[in-house]
Design a protein around this ligand. Structure first.
Ligand code: 13P
Length: 244
């Protein structure tokens, strides 16, 4: 069946010193889920080295360009992530969508470029508070998924991860209840067609050790994409331990 996955999204936090301490403190002994750490780009080599030495984590990028190479100042390509043994890359995080104007169409191009290069995209989807209050959650998520489905063969979902991150729950301390999250996860799985049963669908938005167990107990929640709590090695390890 589906292996649980816990992903750390450090966002634009940390430093070289922080990263070194983080891994010294990170005790994943006994963890059975897959674990991926997505640091800011400059710390990819450091995380890649830890992944090589410890063997218990995967490396991921937080974003990538849809273009393979060329005059795109400030961008990072899929092959550059692969140079540091990345296995995953987050695409379409809500902060990229809202702060950097990434559209469903652009995110779909990044998703395809990631898969073409051999990376596993972690596609983020989710609604704003306003959209939820207007009862438009499923409509928004459907459009975000459909933009990808339009470009890929249905089977390609097997080599992807979806993260449902309600925007109103990100960094706010408010989490969707396990039941609220489960109902959207179940809906997303159905959107992925026959292959849906094999796709890891993560929940993201104020996940911490105190709420992880109840979220992971839901049938269609296969792990978490963790922001703030992934900056604390003990807290992050506790979330990883809860994913069974
Ligand atoms: P928080 O866990 O800080 O709410 O962030 C969630 C997130 O955006 C992970 O990608």
């Amino acid at each position: 069946m589906r292996t649980p996955l816990v992903a750390a999204n450090w966002k634009m936090n940390g430093s070289r010193e922080f990263a070194e301490h983080f891994f010294a403190d990170l005790d994943l002994e006994g963890v059975t889920s897959d674990v991926v750490v997505c640091p800011p780009f400059p710390y990819l080599p450091l995380v890649a080295q830890v992944a090589k030495d410890k063997g218990s984590i995967w490396v991921g990028g937080q974003n990538m360009s849809q273009e393979p190479v060329g005059a795109f100042t400030g961008e990072v390509s899929a092959s550059m992530l692969l140079d540091w043994n990345a296995r995953y890359v987050i695409v379409g995080h809500s902060e990229r969508r809202s702060l950097y104007a990434e559209t469903n169409e652009l995110v779909a191009k990044k998703f395809v470029a990631a898969q073409l290069a051999g990376l596993i995209p972690i596609l983020c989807v989710g609604e704003t508070l306003e959209e939820r209050e207007e009862g438009r959650t499923l409509e928004v998520v459907t459009a975000q998924i459909a933009a990808i489905s339009d470009l890929i063969d249905t089977n390609a979902w097997k080599d992807a991860v979806v993260a449902y991150e309600p925007i109103w729950a990100i960094g706010t301390g408010k989490t969707a209840t396990p039941e609220e999250a489960q109902s959207v996860h179940q809906f997303i799985r159905a959107q992925l067609g026959n292959i849906g049963a094999e796709v890891q669908i993560l929940y993201g938005g104020s996940v911490k050790s105190a709420n992880a167990g109840a979220l992971f107990a839901q049938a269609d929640i296969d792990g978490a994409l963790v922001g703030g709590a992934s900056l604390d090695a003990k807290e992050f390890a506790a979330i990883c331990h809860a994913a069974i």
